[in-house]
Every structure is written in structure tokens, then in C-alpha cells.
Design a protein around this ligand. Structure first.
Ligand code: FAD
Length: 469
């Protein structure tokens, strides 16, 4: 493979594409300003947040243990060591990617790339100077950044997700604006560390788009862990005062329309990084919300340029970015390939976790797709009872005609680890009986996937449903 390609952006889309292209024998240049590849995901996203959520889970579990007759004293939090732990996780993984890049002989260029024309990039080098480089193909993987709300005063007390992950301090109070997964995950971290967390969400539900029956157990638990969750509520003004950020709220049943918080986290979504210098010198086009327009191989309207990951559209998730990266590389290599997944899993790493894949019940209703839904409550799962976590639920969304599995949804601890079975089922066109006839190990939470399939035929071992008529 004699192709000479550039990948702009070293996140999970970019580095996966670069490594795969190198494995296929292409000459690869990977461009990013950071010391090592990693992007948002490894430096200020998935990885640091999950390291901190692991600590939060431990704190919560230790507190829960009181109910089982094991009482720990209140945790003493050494913020410097906690921050060091998080940073060491990031450094280990990004350093590993640097190694993998070298081993594959990827030319890693530290700098910011802009276009001179469709085949040529001008890279402003991190260490000063500029370099013009030409390629057969260019893959754009420049990712996304936090979206902001208008009228936010400049203040050290107002954070985006990147600032929140820095863990500068443990504020007494924190207002999280936006009840999406990033706000809830980071709110969970701060609440476990001792902050009184309030969430304000403009829409009637946290985690908009996720099925309500999956969200309900989480909402109930968060109501206990957080100070309050205000739905249908908007922040209409923010001002810095001597005590913190004074916010004016607009919504129903407010305890007080004006409240002051030591810190505020704005997590209202993310914007694609498509403001790439010189992009107008190419034929690349944009669609709604600024995403780059691509075909099913992730080729843009400029035939030599591809776009993958967060800049190429929803869902803005690391594993979707990596997969698209591999598809784009295969297209460049001339292989028959397309990005047409039936299921992209989504995981919210809160406590409990929520995970889903394929068709959700909400989407089926919105699109008028006839489905049957089977639910298995975790109160009937032996493993859930041993963990004292019976609030969970596993559900299947099924095509009533063919009995094909169209979607799987799970709420409960470890939902994120279990969802892949659903992804495989959807991708392989499994029918309900494929799941019920697959022997699952006992006692595990994964048995709930087998039993929710049995429950579809009303023959789940651990649920009794009286026969009708
Ligand atoms: P990115 O990871 O955004 O990387 C893009 C890179 O390109 C960056 O390094 C950027 O600096 C660089 N770049 C931009 N412009 C240029 C240029 N002109 N020249 C050179 N380099 C450039 N996703 C999950 O799947 N699971 C999770 O648990 C999860 N948790 C998250 C938690 C948080 C707090 C956040 C913020 C995000 C989380 N995400 C999660 C989302 C995930 O991080 C993104 O979907 C993923 O990083 C997108 O990958 P990407 O390759 O498209 O781009």
C-alpha cells in the first residue's frame, strides 16, 4: 500500500485510523498539538472521568456497607493524591499510545493543521515554525469542544467539563447546568467527594432521549445523592458575587428563584471543531449543527478528504469515532466497506449505570415502529440481590413479527459491561430465543439478559405471571 495519508486530530477516531492505516502498510502522518495521541477522550473525557467515577463508586459502596453491618468512617480525601491518580491514568494511557505510534512508524507531528488546498496541509508546529505537507488523502478527526450558553460571565468559579476534571478543589456547593451524561457523571464525582450538587435541566427529564423506565431508577438514586434536580428549569442569569455565582432560575416549584453556588459546571452539550483553517479552500461541506457532511464511507464532498468522529455527527462517542476511522481507512485502501452499524452502544457511567443499544422504546414510539417490549426487574435477579442493588431493569425491544432483537436497554451496576451482548445480538440479527437458549453463568447480572428473553414468552424462571383466561 503506497498511499501517503494524514490524520488531523489524535483522539480515538484519529489514532485508531492512523494505527490501522499503518497496519495496512500506508505511510501515515498523525497531527495533534498534544505530546502524545489521546484527544479529548484520553486527556479530558472518557478516561479521567471514569477514573474519578471509580473512586466515587468506592466511596458510595463504603457508605452503603453500613446497611450490611460494616461501617467505615467518613473518607478523608487527599485531593492532591486523587488528582495524581487521575493524571497517572491519563499519562500511562497516552504514553502507551505514543509508544504504539512509534512502533508502527507513524509520523507523529505536534502541531495544528490547516489547509493550503485539498491535498496540502500547513502545520503550525507546537515548538514553533510551520511545515507544509502533501498527502494522497486526509482524514479529519478534529473532535469537539464544550458548548457554552450565552451571557456567561468570565469567572474561575464557572467550569466546563475540562475544568471540572482538573479537580482544583471540592466546592461546598455546585450547580450543574444540563442533565446529560457528562453533567450527571461529573455531578456524581463531586457529590461523592462531599459537594452538595444541584442539577438544573431545561427539559422534563434528565438524559433526554433515553427510555424513561431506564432513567427512573437512576433519577430516584440521584435525588438522594444530589441536593436537588430541577427539571423544566432554565438558568436565566448568572452573576459573580463575593460568595459565589448567583443564578436566577426560571421554572416550576422553585425553592428560591435566586440561588448562590460556590461553583457552576456548564455541561450543555458539545460543538464540533470544524473551524479548521483553510477548510474553505477544499470542497468539504457542513450540515446542521456544523457537522461535516460525509457519505457512508465517511468521505466528504471533497473526494480526497474524509471526516470521522465527533465532527462527523452524532452520537459523539469514542467507540463510534474509532469505528468510523477504520471504515475511512478501508475506503482509502480501496476495500468494500461502509459505516452502517445497526447498534452503537451508549453508556452513562453513573450509579446505577444506564446502557442501551439499537432501537430504544422512545425512538420506536417517535417513529411509529411497532415493537414488543420485554422487561426483567432486577429484584428477581439473584446476583442483584447479593449486591443489594435490586432497582435495576433489563429490557428488550423486539420486532413482534420476526421476534428479532432490535434493541437492549439496561439500568443497574455494570450495565456498561453487559450491553455488548445486545450489540452482538442486534448486529447478528439474533431472535429472542437465541438469547434465552444461550446458557448464561450463574449468579451474574448477565442472566437478566437471558431471563428478559424468557420473559418475552412469559416463561422466565424467576418471574411468575398468572396465565390469562
Ligand atoms: P477528540 O477526542 O475530540 O480529539 C480531537 C483531537 O483533534 C484533539 O486532540 C484536538 O486538539 C485535535 N485537533 C483539533 N483541531 C485540530 C487541528 N486543526 N490540527 C490538529 N489537531 C487538531 N465518549 C464515550 O464513548 N464514552 C465516555 O465515557 C465518554 N465520556 C466523556 C466524558 C467527558 C467529560 C467528555 C468531554 C467526553 C466524553 N466522551 C465519551 C466523548 C468522547 O470523548 C468523544 O466522543 C471522543 O473523544 C471523540 O473522538 P474524536 O476522535 O472525534 O475527537
Amino acid at each position: 500500500m503506497s498511499k501517503n495519508i494524514a490524520v488531523v486530530g489524535g483522539g480515538p477516531g484519529g489514532y485508531a485510523a492512523a494505527f490501522y492505516a499503518a497496519d495496512l502498510g500506508m505511510q501515515v502522518t498523525l497531527i495533534d498539538e498534544a505530546v502524545n495521541p489521546g484527544g479529548v477522550c484520553l486527556y479530558v473525557g472518557c478516561i479521567p472521568s471514569k477514573a474519578l467515577l471509580h473512586v466515587a463508586a468506592l466511596i458510595n459502596e463504603a457508605e452503603h456497607a453500613k446497611a450490611w453491618g460494616v461501617e467505615f468512617s467518613k473518607p478523608n480525601i487527599d485531593l492532591n493524591r486523587l488528582r495524581d491518580f487521575k493524571n497517572s491514568v491519563v499519562n500511562r494511557l497516552t504514553g502507551g499510545l505514543g509508544q504504539l505510534s512509534k512502533q508502527r512508524k507513524v509520523n507523529y507531528v505536534r502541531g495544528r493543521a490547516g489547509f493550503v488546498n485539498s491535498n496540502t496541509l500547513n502545520v503550525r508546529m507546537a515548538e514553533g515554525g510551520e511545515q507544509k505537507l502533501s498527502f494522497d488523502n486526509i482524514i479529519l478527526a478534529t473532535g469537539s469542544r464544550p458548548a457554552m450558553i450565552p451571557g456567561v460571565p468570565p469567572s474561575q468559579r464557572i467550569m466546563d467539563s475540562t475544568a471540572a476534571l482538573e479537580l482544583r478543589d471540592i466546592p461546598k456547593t455546585l450547580l450543574v447546568i444540563g442533565g446529560g451524561y457528562i453533567g450527571l457523571e461529573l455531578g456524581t464525582v463531586y457529590a461523592a467527594l462531599g459537594t452538595k450538587v444541584t442539577v438544573v435541566e431545561m427539559l422534563p427529564q434528565i438524559l433526554t432521549g433515553a427510555d424513561r423506565d431506564l432513567v427512573n431508577p437512576l433519577a430516584k438514586r440521584l435525588e438522594k445523592k444530589f441536593s436537588s434536580i430541577m427539571l423544566n428549569t432554565k438558568v436565566v442569569e448568572m452573576k459573580e458575587t463575593a460568595d459565589g455565582i448567583k443564578v436566577r432560575l426560571d421554572g416550576p416549584n422553585l425553592a428560591a428563584p435566586e440561588q448562590t453556588f460556590e461553583k457552576v459546571l456548564i455541561s450543555v452539550g458539545r460543538k464540533p471543531n470544524t473551524d479548521i483553517e483553510g477548510l474553505d479552500k477544499t470542497r468539504v461541506t457542513k450540515v446542521q449543527r456544523g457537522f461535516i457532511e460525509t457519505d457512508l464511507q465517511r468521505r466528504t464532498k471533497d473526494p480526497v478528504i474524509f471526516a470521522i468522529g465527533d465532527i462527523a455527527g452524532e452520537p459523539m462517542l469514542a467507540h463510534k469515532a474509532s469505528h468510523e476511522g477504520r471504515v475511512a481507512v478501508e475506503a482509502i485502501a480501496g476495500k468494500k466497506t461502509t459505516f452502517e452499524p445497526r447498534a452503537i452502544p451508549a453508556v452513562v457511567f453513573t450509579d446505577p449505570e444506564i446502557a442501551w443499544c439499537g432501537l430504544t422504546e422512545t425512538e420506536a414510539q417517535a417513529k411509529n415502529i411497532p415493537v414488543k417490549v420485554s422487561r426483567f426487574p432486577w429484584a428477581a435477579s439473584g446476583r442483584a440481590v447479593t449486591l443489594d442493588r435490586i432497582e435495576g431493569v433489563t429490557k428488550l425491544v423486539i420486532d413482534p413479527e420476526t421476534e428479532r432483537v432490535l434493541g437492549l436497554g439496561i439500568c443497574g451496576p455494570n450495565a456498561g459491561e453487559m450491553i455488548s451482548e445486545g450489540v452482538l445480538a442486534v448486529e447478528m440479527s439474533a431472535v429472542v430465543d437465541d438469547l434465552s437458549l444461550t446458557i448464561h453463568p450463574h449468579p451474574t447480572l448477565s442472566e437478566t439478559i437471558m431471563e428478559v428473553a424468557e420473559a418475552y414468552h412469559n416463561v422466565s424462571t424467576h418471574i411468575y405471571r398468572p396465565k390469562r383466561g
